[in-house]
Design a protein around this ligand. Structure first.
Ligand code: PSV
Ligand code: MN
Length: 396
């Protein structure tokens, strides 16, 4: 296939795809052993938005920014929204945080202590108000709730508390907004996590209502779990709400998306593109259209901005390859029971080098052919480090 024909077929990866960048991707992060600070890291939410604005400028497809409360707390949400808009950004998912307070020692929404549950509900209800005040449309809830030892708490009771408190939160969602519930296999709890997998998350959001769905964080699964099948199942149920994109080798490693297993990322994108193009399943199609493609990564050692730009490009490449899959031929092979034929269609699309076509598409739209190289050559990284001296760099 010629570059021009490839470009034609993958244009959506540049014109249609919307990627959401997390403010916490720009701050100093680390492991439980040490945080290694970097130069030029934002000192407040305004500077985080400035960095997200740079990613949007270079890539052209990352125009939503996810915020985390209280890390991004401000006393004027309207002003925050306006600052974001000044950088060409809309506020995306508002992430609640019920994992960094002493009160949450034994959990938040599932805690055995009514006062802790109350505090968590009030915090997330406040996040609902922030959704409205910032013009966002998504509330994202991840819970660090769980237990470390068998017998520590009653598992069924914890589940009952979860449904009860989330029902209260759901009632506070602003009109038109959605709640997405994120699951995670383990950590910080090591015996039983209250929302540990997609089945638990799906059954809980079903109890809440139509505007509740599931967030799939790629890093939150056991090794070798088939994540694209989870994505397909959630799409079929109309309950996929968002991705937290990243990559992993061992646990919840929060590495650059597509840096370890680009083929897995491609397979996930293939499920998404399949649903987006499936006119015969309008419910899955709508669900795929509304799904937020958010990054959730930590750049502990590598420079943060170029790492995030790289992530966006990796995602675009995976989406582009998925757009190249010959769906009619695939369907025909599948219906004919042609195992190797079907597999070859996917393998051929994955093996295509889409980078020249992506570069052409970007150039035609006034974007740098390689946002990553253009950013590194721009001197912005050095200027940021010189300008942001003094004060307290934002960190965990
Ligand atoms: C938890 O590990 C998580 O994936 C959740 O999305 C949090 O909001 C995010 O990381 C930041 O800690
Ligand atoms: Mn996440």
């Amino acid at each position: 296939m010629q570059t021009a024909e490839i470009a034609d077929r993958i244009a959506w990866a540049v014109d249609g795809l919307e990627v959401e960048i997390p403010t916490w991707g720009f701050v100093n992060t680390g492991t439980r052993f040490r945080v290694f600070p970097q130069a030029g890291v934002p000192r407040d939410v305004t500077e985080k938005l400035e960095d997200a604005g740079a990613v949007a400028r270079y890539t052209g497809v990352a125009k939503r920014v996810a915020i985390h409360i209280p890390w991004d707390r401000t006393d004027d949400w309207g002003a925050l929204r306006a600052t974001a808009a000044g950088h060409g950004l809309a506020i995306g998912a508002v992430n609640s945080n019920t994992f960094q307070d002493e009160a949450y020692r034994l959990g938040s929404l599932c805690s055995p202590f009514p006062a802790s549950r109350r505090m968590a509900v009030e915090h997330i209800v406040e996040c609902c108000a922030i959704v409205a005040a910032t013009g966002s449309d998504v509330l994202k809830v991840w819970l660090a709730d769980g237990t470390n030892y068998p017998g520590q708490d009653d598992l069924r009771d914890r589940r009952r508390r979860l449904v009860e408190t989330l029902t209260e939160v759901y009632a506070a969602l602003p009109p038109g907004a959605r709640l997405v519930l994120e699951y995670k296999l383990f950590e910080p709890s090591f015996y039983a996590t209250d929302v540990a997998d997609w089945g638990q998350a799906l059954s809980v959001v079903r109890r809440l209502g139509e505007r509740a769905s599931v967030c799939v964080d790629i890093g939150h699964h056991a090794p070798s779990v088939n994540i694209e099948q989870i994505v397909a199942s959630l799409l079929a149920e109309g309950r996929l709400g968002a991705f937290d994109l990243n990559d992993k080798q061992y646990g919840d490693d929060d590495l650059i998306v597509g840096s370890i297993d680009p083929y897995r990322l491609f397979r996930i994108c293939h499920e998404m593109v399949g649903a987006l193009r499936d006119d015969e399943d309008p419910a899955a199609q709508r669900c795929a259209r509304e799904t937020v493609w958010m990054l959730d990564q930590c750049h502990n050692l590598e420079p943060k901005l170029p790492a995030i730009i790289r992530s966006v490009m990796n995602l675009q490449e995976a989406v582009a390859k998925a757009l190249l899959v010959d769906r009619d031929a695939l369907l025909a092979a599948q219906r004919a029971g042609d195992i190797l034929g079907g597999n070859a269609i996917l393998a051929d699309a994955y093996a295509t080098d889409v980078r020249p076509a992506l570069a052409e598409l970007r150039t035609a739209r006034g974007l740098p052919a390689s946002p990553f190289r253009a950013y590194l050559a721009s001197g912005e990284e050095e200027r940021r480090a010189t300008a942001r001296v003094g004060g307290n760099a934002a960190s965990w």
